[in-house]
Design a protein around this ligand. Structure first.
Ligand code: ITT
Length: 204
C-alpha cells in the first residue's frame, strides 16, 4: 500500500518502553508511527516546564515544527504522596541526568525506606498532546493510582513499573501483562481519549 502523508504520525519520544506501548495502543488504526529514533538530527528538547502538560506540549511543538508532521508527545511520571509529589516531572532523571531505571528505582526505595504501608500511596500521571503542523493541538490526561512496594518485582514494562503496585491486581505493573497495562495505565487512559478523538475525525 502506498504511503500517504496523512497516516504518518511522529511520537516525540526516545523512550523505547513508551514507543512500544504507543505502537500497541495504535494497533488496528491506519497510522504509521515514527519516533525520534527516525529523526536522529532532531533538535534536543529541554524539558523546562513546570507540569507534565507544559513539557508534553513543548516536545510536540518543537518536533512538529522540525518535521512538519502531526506529532504526539507524552510527558509522564510518578508522583509519590510521602515525597510531596516527587519525582514528578523529574521522574526520568530522579537519580541524575541519564540515570537508568534501576538507579531511579534504587533512589526511590531509599527515600521510602521505613515508610509504612499506609503511607506509600503514589500515582502515575500522563499528559498526551497531539500537535498538528498548523499549530493547533489537543491535550489528554490519564492517571493510575497505586502504592510503592518494598522491593522490585516483575520484568515487564519499564521505568518504575517493578515497584508500583496496582491494588486491584495486587501485583506490580511489571508483573501485569502488557495488554492489561495498556488498558489501565495513565498512558493507556490518556491515549483512549486521544483515540476516541481520532476515530471521530476531530483530531487530525
Ligand atoms: P521521552 O521524553 O523521550 O518521551 P523520557 O523517559 O525522558 O522519554 P519523560 O520525560 O516523560 O520521558 O519521563 C517519564 C519517566 O517517568 C520515565 O522515564 C519513567 O521513569 C517514568 N514513567 C513514565 N511512564 C511510566 C510507566 O508507564 N511505567 C513506569 N515508569 C514510567
Amino acid at each position: 500500500m502506498a504511503e500517504t502523508w496523512n497516516n504518518k504520525i511522529v511520537f516525540a519520544s526516545e523512550n523505547r518502553g513508551k514507543i512500544r506501548e504507543l505502537k500497541a495502543l495504535l494497533g488496528g488504526m491506519d497510522v504509521d508511527l515514527l519516533s525520534l529514533h527516525d529523526y536522529p538530527d532532531a533538535p534536543p528538547i529541554v524539558e523546562d516546564g513546570h507540569t507534565f502538560f507544559e513539557n508534553a506540549l513543548k516536545k510536540a511543538r518543537v518536533i512538529s515544527e522540525y518535521t512538519g508532521r502531526t506529532v504526539i508527545a507524552d510527558d509522564s511520571g510518578l508522583e509519590v504522596d510521602h515525597l510531596g509529589g516527587a519525582p514528578g516531572i523529574r521522574s526520568a532523571r530522579y537519580a541524575g541526568v541519564g540515570a537508568t531505571d534501576e538507579e531511579n528505582i534504587r533512589k526511590l526505595l531509599t527515600e521510602m525506606k521505613g515508610v509504612p504501608g499506609n503511607q506509600r500511596e503514589a500515582a502515575f500521571k500522563c499528559a498526551l498532546v497531539l500537535y498538528r503542523a498548523d499549530g493547533t493541538f489537543e491535550a489528554f490526561e490519564g492517571e493510575l493510582k497505586g502504592t510503592i512496594s518494598l522491593e522490585p518485582s516483575g520484568s515487564q514494562g519499564f521505568g518504575y513499573d517493578p515497584v508500583f503496585i496496582v491494588p486491584e491486581y495486587d501485583m506490580t505493573v511489571a508483573e501485569i501483562d502488557p495488554e492489561t497495562k495498556n488498558r489501565i495505565s495513565h498512558r493507556g487512559k490518556a491515549f483512549a481519549k486521544l483515540k476516541e478523538s481520532l476515530l471521530e475525525g476531530r483530531t487530525i
